[in-house]
Structure formats: C-alpha cells, structure tokens
Design a protein around this ligand. Sequence first.
Ligand SMILES: CC(C)(COP(=O)(O)OP(=O)(O)OC[C@H]1O[C@@H](n2cnc3c(N)ncnc32)[C@H](O)[C@@H]1OP(=O)(O)O)[C@@H](O)C(=O)NCCC(=O)NCCS
Length: 150
Amino acid sequence: MSELDQLMAVMEAAFDPHWREAWTRQQVENSLAMPHTYAILLDAEGEPIAGTNIAAGFILAKRAPGEEEMLLIGVRPELRGRGLGRKLIETFARLALDGGAESIFLEMRANNPAETLYRECGFEPIGRRVDYYRTADGTRLDAITFARKL
Ligand SMILES: CC(C)(COP(=O)(O)OP(=O)(O)OC[C@H]1O[C@@H](n2cnc3c(N)ncnc32)[C@H](O)[C@@H]1OP(=O)(O)O)[C@@H](O)C(=O)NCCC(=O)NCCS
C-alpha cells in the first residue's frame, strides 16, 4: 500500500464524520505533493511503517521556517489509549527540532477530547478563532490554536 493509501485507511477509521475534520483523499494527495508537507505513519507497535505493516496512526505535518504545524492526527479506534497518539506527537516534535524548528503548533475544534493529550504533551493554548468550524448539523465551534516550544 502507498503512503497515501495507508494514511487514508486510518483517516476513514479514525474520524467521526459529525465533526467534519477529516480530509478527503484529494486534499491529502494535494497537500503531500507540496514540498513542505509530510506524513508520519506508525504501526500498532509504534514503529515506522515498513514492508507490509498496516498503519495504526498518522500525523500530517507542515514545515515553515522556524516552526512546524501538525495538520491532522489520527489513531485507529481499536488501538487508542496505548500511547500511540503521544508517540506520534513526540516523533513529530523530534523531527521538527532536528529540522531546526523552535516551536510546533496545532489547531483544534473547541470540544475535542484530544485536548488532554495535547496538554500532556506540553502544548498550551495561544489563540482562538470564533465559530471557525461547522459540524454536520450546522453547529459552529471555535478553533483553538496550541503551541509548544521545542
Ligand atoms: C486524539 C487521538 C489521536 C489520540 O490517540 P491515542 O493513541 O488514543 O492517544 P494516547 O493513547 O497517546 O492518549 C494519551 C492521552 O490522551 C487522552 N485522550 C486521547 N484521546 C482521548 C479521548 N478520545 N477521550 C479522552 N481522552 C483522550 C487521554 O488522557 C490519554 O491519557 P491516558 O493514556 O493517560 O489516559 C485519537 O483519539 C483519535 O484518533 N481521535 C480521532 C481523531 C481526532 O480527533 N484527531 C484530533 C484532531 S486532528
């Protein structure tokens, strides 16, 4: 399976359509075609995908001078709560640091339970965009920007 196939398989399993956070295959493909966007894929053991291993989780990330942004994170529902999300974030943080970044960012809908994980990983809220997201039933939700210094 290609990197794109692996990532999309996790995306489809991990994201509840209600929140409308998931990206389409076309959006991910376009984004990975850009030089500054990349994916991290880990298997169920938390190891980088190799050979025929099936991806358990992914991060889609974007580099900019001095900083990197986590665009999306997802872990298969049946493999949650084992530290894979944390491992993905720490892998991302290390890659960003090695690439010369001083901070990492992410943006999250206001009621996402992943906030606990982000705070445990050292992210702190730095901004809020009012009514940025719209759920499948039309409810509007703020976006919160989190940052972590590396
Ligand atoms: C967010 C997500 C990637 C976390 O993956 P994970 O592998 O379960 O993460 P971890 O096992 O490392 O979780 C560590 C901590 O995060 C918290 N946490 C993560 N997801 C949570 C959830 N859905 N509800 C409550 N707490 C959660 C827990 O406090 C957990 O700490 P603990 O293990 O000490 O209890 C996963 O829940 C997911 O794919 N969610 C759907 C997609 C999504 O919303 N992505 C974020 C927006 S892009």
